[in-house]
Design a protein around this ligand. Structure first.
Ligand SMILES: *Cc1c(COP(=O)(O)O)cnc(C)c1O
Length: 454
């Protein structure tokens, strides 16, 4: 029997079996973990537990260090059926964008430096022309995300004044983005017009005073009002704003640079359309349907963009070189729309056919069932969502695996078990089963590899 006094010192452990730990995790971190292992052993021994030997102590410290060295931001398999899942990081970037971002991280870049004159340049220069080319807008700038874009535009163009918005468009996007709250933070007084289901041109006209600073249209991304409804179209509203002598801002939310219907996807307004319909400023997200990194695009009239760029908030909300590089590379792909579904992962997943997904489900049925012997696995038809508030009503026909087991909490227990895997598998629970929608599974091996972990 070993006694408490036989416990080795930290120094002896570091000189002996703990040396490898110091090599791998650094001396300070390894010393700390060994100290904790020794303290735990002492406590356990006082309670009558066995006094461990040096190898056992080092193994305990190693387990703790390994658990702590796992990245906190873990890659997962998104089998939720929601392609642009905000909580799972939205769009996946194109390879070209990933490479561009990596290059920007590795090297100095001419971020705000004009290589022709050697004078100071502007960081928007790298993407402005591309954005204008793809949207038909006169000018453009980019900030941290679309919420920031909306905040900045409101503050720059209407601070201390009123912004007129339809009651049918006072949306909450999720993650505490509510149009009325953003307005208040921007120092803009909200003037609501119309009703939840019906707003008319006369409602907007009647709200115009000498305090009006802006008219705002918000794309109702994540809900739809149906039945007895009326909304004022963007061109009509543009005419009203022009008469009132104030700019019209159109927050598209997702917005797309190409017409999605060419791939059989539900129609979503394009930025080019919104610009052509007379909006003076259009805002949209980088990591929704556009398929790039998180960003907020602001496009429109050159004089207004210049005012926005002079606002001090712009400096606080600006983008770094890494994301600018990724945005530029992503936008370049839009010059060849015919190859977008190959190159943009988001679009590739959105346009995957039900048959292709069903074939994958059929292939995976037997091996997955063999890995989960306590459960019943079936191939099912299901419906994917685009996500991030884009086109919420329309779903995409998809296929997947439905896994059910004994006991009412079987799906929850299995879901927890799959979340605990080294590469967590995230599904959704429906009708007493865990559903794995395979639309966003990159290949069969990704799921089998993850599940094969004990
Ligand atoms: C998503 C969305 C936003 C917020 O965009 P983020 O890029 O998430 O900040 C704002 N407005 C609308 C209409 C949206 O759909």
């Amino acid at each position: 029997m070993r006694a408490l006094r036989d416990l080795p010192s930290v120094d002896r452990l570091l000189a002996g079996p703990g040396a490898a730990l110091a090599e791998r995790f650094g001396r300070v971190t390894a010393t700390d973990a060994l100290r904790q292992a020794l303290a735990a052993a002492r406590t356990a021994a006082k309670d009558g537990g066995e006094v461990p030997d040096a190898d056992t102590l080092v193994a305990a410290a190693a387990r703790q260090l390994e658990a702590g060295s796992e990245s906190a931001l873990r890659p997962v398999l998104n089998l939720t059926g929601t392609v642009l899942h905000t909580n799972l990081g939205r769009a996946l970037l194109a390879e070209a964008a990933i490479e561009a971002a990596a290059e920007a991280m590795r090297h100095p870049a001419a971020l705000e430096y004009d290589l022709t004159t050697g004078a100071r340049g502007e960081r928007d220069d790298h993407v402005r022309a591309l954005i204008c080319e793809l949207t038909g807008a006169e000018a453009a700038t980019v900030v941290n995300n679309n919420a920031a874009a909306v905040l900045l535009v409101l503050n720059a163009l209407a601070e201390g004044r009123e912004a007129v918005v339809s009651r049918g468009e006072l949306v909450e996007i999720g993650g505490a983005f509510r149009i009325p709250d953003i307005m208040a933070r921007a120092g803009v007084r909200l003037v609501e017009v119309g009703t939840t289901n019906r707003t008319h041109p006369r409602d907007y006209r009647g709200a115009v005073t000498d305090r009006t600073g802006l008219m705002m249209k918000v794309h109702p991304s994540n809900y739809r009002i149906e039945g007895f409804t009326a909304a004022v179209s963007a061109p009509e509203l543009a005419a009203i704003a022009t008469d009132a002598g104030v700019p019209l801002m159109n927050d598209l939310g997702s917005g797309t640079l190409v017409d999605m219907t060419r791939w059989g996807l539900p129609a979503e307004p394009t930025v080019r359309q919104a610009v052509a319909e007379g909006a003076d400023i259009v805002t949209f997200s980088g990591d929704k349907l556009l398929g790039g990194p998180q960003a907020g695009f602001i496009v429109g009239r050159a004089d207004l963009i210049a005012r926005i760029n002079r606002n001090p908030l712009k400096r606080a909300l600006r983008l770094d070189k890494i994301r600018l590089a990724a945005i530029e590379a992503t936008l370049r792909l839009y010059r060849d729309p015919d190859r977008l579904t190959e190159r943009l992962p988001t679009l590739r997943m959105l346009t995957r056919s039900r048959d292709d997904i069903a074939a994958q489900a059929a292939r995976l049925l037997a091996p997955v069932a063999a890995m989960l012997p306590d459960y019943t696995v079936q191939v099912i038809d299901c419906a994917s969502q685009i996500g991030s508030g884009a086109l919420p009503v329309e779903t995409l026909p998809s296929a997947g695996l439905a896994i059910s087991g004994q006991g009412g909490d079987a799906p929850e227990r299995l879901a927890a078990r799959l979340r605990a895997l080294p590469v967590p598998v995230i599904g959704r629970i429906r009708d007493g089963a865990l559903i794995l929608d395979l639309r966003c599974l990159p290949n069969d091996g990704a799921l089998l590899g993850s599940l094969s972990h004990p």
